[in-house]
Structure formats: C-alpha cells, structure tokens
Design a protein around this ligand. Structure first.
Ligand code: HAM
Length: 430
C-alpha cells in the first residue's frame, strides 16, 4: 500500500517545534507594532505575470523556480503561480487599493509561506516562511537605516548573536546602465571561458555574474569593476547617508561591493544578513533593499520604496546551531482525574469551568485506574491533578501539586482561585 510523505522540499512543523516558531511570529508582530508597520495579507497565488514583470523574467526565481499552478479545468497553467516572495503582491495590493492616497510612506508587514521550486537542501526549501516588511513612498536615506536596524533587532531579540548586515548600493536608472556597459566590457574578452549559463547572463543580466555560484568565476568576479566606484552623485550621497545613519544606530555593517541580490527590482540600497561563521550560500538570514522602480513598473506613479524579507526557517536553524534552547510545549495547569466512570460528567464540567477561567485543563476521560491517569498527567508535565473521590459528595476534591508532591482538600467552587494562588506561590518559590 502506498504511504504518503510531505512533498520534497517541504516540512511538517510538529507540536514540539511550533512553540519556537510561535515565539518568532510573536516577536515579528511586536516589532512591526513598535515600528508602526501594519499587517497585510495577500493571496498565496497571483498572476504569474506579476512575478515575471515585477521580479524579472531572467532571474532564477522566475526562470527556474516559479511554482506554477495548474487548475483542474481550463488551459491556465501559465496564468497562476504560488508567490515566491511577498513584495510584488504587496505592491500590487498597494496599487489596487489606491494606497498612494494615504499618508506616505505606507508601512506594511506580512508573515507567511513562500514557494520556490528549487533543488531542496539544508536551509533551502520549496515552502519556507518569511517575515516581510515594506515601506512604500519614502525615498530615504533615513528610512533605509531604520528598516535595516529593524531587521537587525529581530535577530538580536530572537537570541542570535554576531549577525551583521552586508551592505551595497547598486545605483539607479541613471548610473547603472553605464556600469552595466563597463561590466560587460570587462567580462566580454573572457566570454569564451565562461560557463554556458554565465555567458547567457552576460547578454541578459550581467550583474548576476557577480553573484555566480561557479567556482571558476571567483577570480574573475573578484577583480571586476565595482558598482560603488560608478555611482552617480545622488546615488553616492544617498549611500553615504545610509551608512552614516547606520553608524548612528550602531548596526554592525560590512560593505560588500559584489552584493547584487537575486531579484531585478532593486535600486540603490541592498543588504543581506549573515551570522558570523555561517556565511555560505544557503545561510542568508534575510535580505532586502530599495525598489524605487517597482511601483511604476506595475502600473503606478513613480514611488520610492524599501523593504526586507527574513527567512524564518533559517533563523530557527541558526538558533539551534547557536545552542539556543527551543521553547517547550505548554503544559496543562491541571488534569482532572477520577476512578469512578460515573464521575465523567463532573470531570468534564470541572475542566470546562477551569478553561472558562482561563486555565489550560484536561479531563482524563479514559476508563482506567487512577494511578494510570495520574501517570498520564505527570507525563504531560501537568502542574496539578484534581482528584475526584468520595469527598465529591460534600462538594470537595483533592488538589494534588504534582511538582511539589503535596495534596490537600479544596471546595470545588474555590478551585480556580486555589489554582491561581498555588501557581503564584510556585512561581515565587521557584
Ligand atoms: P530574498 O533574498 O529572495 O528576498 O529572500 C529573503 C530571505 O528569504 C532570504 O535571505 C532567506 O533567508 C529566505 N529564503 C529565500 N529562499 C529560501 C528558500 N528556498 N528556503 C528557505 N529560506 C529562503 C526577497 O524575497 C525579497 N522579497 C526581500 C525584499 C522585501 N526586498 C524588498 N522588500
């Protein structure tokens, strides 16, 4: 018989892992709140054309990794794709809902799954999660630094140490064409030696050569002309100001003139985050940059914008690599146990009352010996067992503190109060 497994490149996040993820999700929401970013949700699939135009036809993300969706009716295979990243969808929503009429910049945040049909390996999945932040309608440079500082704070508050920002400027529509020509002229004499894929890129997207994963390219790339030597005056000034602001905010930053990013919409400020000693290809903990041309490219008026996406899967991996303990599963405050099957309705009612009072409580509904039920409660790490016995006739139950090993008789009506008192004492005593 066939057994099913999660699709290649995807994972189940099990109950033992989810609390750690939930801590990061809560941190993301709280940081977004502190910095004034509002939550937005966009569909998980969009028109493929949005990604083709927005991210760029000749990027790996679109050319090789776009997860196209084939509905069961019609010939619409080319029409839809799962989102490989959220920025294009968020800009689409900004335009569709006329957000340019709101006070600018519009600060938006989203946390959710992204899909890239890439070859799976450690730290690279076909479904992964991003915490994304976008500020649309501000040319910077101050907000560039604010946004990079926000990303850096996420790693720090998550518990990662030694994370720094690699920073570059890739110029704008004024100075980049000149740089691209210089770059092409530099690589052209070597065209014959280039790996085939890189030779194609030389014609379509020469800056991607700087990002080549081919070891044969390393020496050539190292000696290539640098964009930062070819910035026009306004771009150079912008970049200087971003760096000064980052200094003011004390964000650890490393200049990286070969940093180009894998998506076409970027201009000026670009950045990626790495943890010291974990600086390989699948180890970028996040990245982002300015995309001053994207709103116009998708049909709006020229609107400057900047944002980042943080890879939560990789943050979880980095936390484990750094030895940060995962967050334990929540344990029930109380398990209600009793040996007499006739008590079942009472067990249910007590559990319900405790839940109504805000406690995490479970009634043991199995018909088994009291000792087994108590063992079950202890295995789950329950703090208390509420034991129903003969005293029930007088409206009383035994409240056993499974951690302290003590037990006493309490009135049913007092149970919630007794539980919170005992919990408080326990926390103070611990
Ligand atoms: P990106 O660099 O393509 O940028 O992705 C951001 C982060 O998502 C990466 O640094 C990495 O941590 C994580 N990531 C990417 N692909 C995978 C994968 N296959 N498996 C696991 N994690 C992955 C963007 O997506 C841009 N939208 C960021 C941005 C927002 N720029 C401006 N605004």
């Amino acid at each position: 018989m066939a057994t099913f497994r999660a699709p290649r490149g995807t994972r189940d996040l099990l109950p033992a892992e989810r609390p750690t993820w939930q801590r990061l999700e809560t941190l993301a929401a709280d940081l977004a709140r502190r910095y004034g970013y509002r939550q937005i949700e966009t569909p998980i699939f969009e028109e493929s054309a949005l990604f083709e135009r927005g991210i760029g036809d000749v990027t790996d993300v679109v050319e090789k990794e776009l997860f196209r969706v084939l509905p069961s009716r019609g010939e619409e295979r080319e029409r839809w794709a799962l989102r490989p990243e959220p920025t294009a969808g968020i800009v689409r929503a900004y335009l569709q809902h006329g957000m340019h009429t709101l006070q600018q910049p519009v600060r938006l945040t989203l946390l959710g799954p992204m899909f890239r049909y890439d070859r799976p390996q450690a730290g690279r999945y076909r479904q992964f999660w991003q915490f994304d932040v976008e500020a649309i309608g501000d040319p910077g440079p101050a907000i560039d630094a604010e946004i990079i500082e926000l990303a850096h704070r996420f790693y720090t508050e998550a518990g990662l140490t030694a994370v720094s920002a690699r920073l570059n400027s890739i110029g704008d529509a004024i100075c980049r064409p000149g740089y691209l020509a210089t770059l092409r002229a530099y690589f052209e004499p070597h065209a014959a030696e280039l790996p085939e894929e890189e030779r194609e890129r030389l014609a379509t997207n020469p800056m991607r050569l700087l990002d080549s994963k081919d070891p044969r390219m390393a020496a050539l790339v190292a000696a290539a002309p640098r964009i930062t030597d070819h910035l026009c005056a306004p771009c150079a000034e912008h970049f200087d100001a971003v760096r000064r602001h980052l200094d003011t905010l004390e964000v650890p930053t490393v200049l990286e003139p070969a940093l180009v990013r894998g998506l076409d919409y970027y201009s000026r400020t670009c950045f990626e985050f790495y943890r010291e000693g974990a600086e390989g290809q699948q180890q970028a903990l996040g990245g982002g940059g300015r995309y001053d041309g994207l709103v116009e490219l998708l049909g709006g008026r020229p609107t400057p914008a900047i944002g980042f996406g943080l890879g939560l899967d990789r943050v979880v991996l980095a936390l484990a690599a750094q030895g940060v303990a995962s967050v334990p599963m929540e344990r029930p405050a109380a398990v209600i146990v009793g040996a007499d099957p006739a008590d079942t309705p009472t067990r249910l009612r007590i559990a319900t009352n405790l839940r109504a009072a805000g406690f995490s409580a479970r009634a043991d509904l199995a018909e088994r010996k009291l000792a087994r039920q108590l063992e079950g409660a202890a295995r789950e790490g329950a703090h208390f067992a509420v034991i129903l016995g003969d005293e029930l006739a007088g409206g009383q139950v035994q409240l056993r503190d499974l951690e302290a090993g003590t037990q006493r008789l309490v009135n049913l009506a007092d149970l919630p109060r007794e539980l919170s008192r005992a919990q408080r004492q326990h926390h103070h005593g611990a």
